[in-house]
Design a protein around this ligand. Structure first.
Ligand SMILES: [Cu+2]
Length: 460
């Protein structure tokens, strides 16, 4: 990872506006990167080359990092043979930089560029991915990690990124393209793969220090697979950050990561861990081996922190409540839904339109307003997942609070940007509408999003 990071084109510069009075001088550091999307080859197993779509010829894409308070400037060049865009998952972004074609920007066509420029005001683990036909483009490899650091230190060898991904490959290790758009996948759990990777490799050796504290940043970039991870000997995960938001640290024997979610953990002593297992099925399997390396410096500045932990808004005043009933999919209760100006049967929607999921009886798209609110309103979404399926619900432009049911028996109030709703779960998510614009609220099982599980929170 370090090689990849250091090979990036990174230019740090300062701008000053000298024409303003002295006390109004704004001095913000700009981090500049270039991301080129292009077809290319990658090997998952160091033997067979697979044809993928890649950012800067690598998977995961290059790690982009900056320091809280800086401005990030990323020149995106599209050298694919189809249009695309980039979404910055978890960043409380400027609406016009959010990367949603047809809503916040125009499609970036082959041969075109788009300059993303936005402040990074919250430290944490984020990621970026294509937001056009992501059910296909993300599955072909177009994603990477974005780290916003708290202080002026660079990422170091005690701060380790682990990108967990799931691919559907044929027997020649090529992307199984024939099944893109499969109605079965779209109406069930999404495009579940058959090949798991960590940082783009199958069961890699991940180098960590031989002892002392380390921070591990887990990111699930898969299209649909929910991962459950456990260390050897059930060494507990000390969770310090969830979806790029610091939390009061707590321990868990394992972690569950739905598509789009991140969890950062601290380990007191790196020597305790030897490997990591995926345990969501009855068949636990090893996904990586940790290789301990001596002579890694004791630089643990990234771990000695006094972090800002945000607090939830009061639900007493200024609250705007909206009910959202999620319906659809296989074995569901949705027999008809509103789409394209009329009510249509579920069968017709599925076969003719490939639309399968609805909010409150309406097939979702970028025109479906779920909530119209004003800046500083407290938005409370009362959500009922009345389907047989899990859904990783992601809000753009904001983090939200939720009494999460995922960390053991007890409810835990956490701040997230993506929450995994269990089948039949009823829950509420709430947040202060701080960021003006039209923001997507959608399922991050990417084929669910494409087939109707998406709507807009409009903040004016
Ligand atoms: Cu879903």
């Amino acid at each position: 990872m370090l090689t990849r990071r250091t090979s990036l084109k990174l230019i740090c510069s300062f701008i000053s506006i000298f024409t303003l009075p002295k006390n109004a001088i704004s001095k913000k550091s700009i981090r500049r990167y270039e991301l080129i999307a292009k077809k290319g080859q990658h090997t998952f197993d160091n033997r067979v080359m697979s044809n993928l779509s890649l950012f800067n010829k690598v998977n995961p894409g290059p790690t982009i990092s900056g320091i809280k308070g800086e401005i990030l400037e990323v020149l995106f060049k599209n050298e694919l043979d189809e249009p695309s865009s980039i979404h910055w998952h978890g960043i409380r972004n400027l609406n016009k930089m959010d990367g949603v074609p047809g809503l916040t920007q125009k499609l970036v066509y082959p041969g075109e560029s788009f300059l993303y420029k936005f402040p990074i005001n919250n430290a944490g683990t984020f990621w970026y991915h294509t937001h056009h036909k992501s059910w296909k483009q993300n599955a072909q490899g177009l994603h990477g990690v974005l780290i916003v650091k708290d202080n002026d230190s660079e990422l170091n060898e005690r701060d380790i990124i682990l990108v967990v991904d799931d691919w559907r490959l044929d027997k020649n290790n090529q992307i199984h393209s024939k099944s893109f758009g499969s109605l079965h996948d779209w109406s069930h759990g999404g495009r579940i793969g058959n090949y798991l990777t960590i940082n783009g490799k199958s069961i890699p050796n991940i180098q960590i220090p031989s002892e002392g504290k380390i921070r591990l940043r887990f990111v699930n970039t898969a299209n649909a697979r929910i991962m459950k991870l456990q260390f050897n000997n059930q060494i507990p995960f000390r969770i310090i950050s969830i979806d790029g938001e610091y939390c009061i640290p707590f321990e868990s024997d394992n972690i569950t990561l739905a598509p789009g979610q991140r969890i950062d953990v601290i380990l007191e002593n790196a020597k305790d861990i030897q490997n990591l297992f995926e345990i969501s099925s009855n068949d636990d399997f090893e996904v990586l081996k940790f290789k301990h390396k001596n002579n890694i410096s004791n630089n643990i500045d990234v771990l000695n922190y006094n972090k800002v932990i945000n607090s939830p808004p009061s639900l007493e005043e200024n609250v705007k409540t909206f009910n959202i009933k999620m319906e659809g999919g296989a074995m569901g209760s949705l027999d008809k839904a509103f789409f394209d100006g009329k009510v249509q049967s579920f069968r017709d929607l599925a076969i003719n339109e490939k639309k399968l999921w609805a909010f409150n009886g309406k097939i979702g798209d970028y025109k479906l307003n779920i909530a119209d609110v004003k800046i500083n309103d407290v938005v409370n979404l009362k959500i009922w997942n009345n389907t047989r399926w899990h859904h990783a619900m992601h809000l753009h432009g904001h983090h939200f609070w939720v009494y999460s049911k995922e960390f053991g028996k007890d409810l835990r109030l956490v701040s997230r940007d993506t929450y995994l709703m269990k089948p039949r779960e009823k829950n509420e998510i709430f947040f202060v509408a701080k960021n003006p614009g039209k923001w997507l609220f959608h399922c991050h099982m990417m084929s669910h999003n494409a087939s109707g599980m998406v709507g807009i929170i409009n903040i004016v």
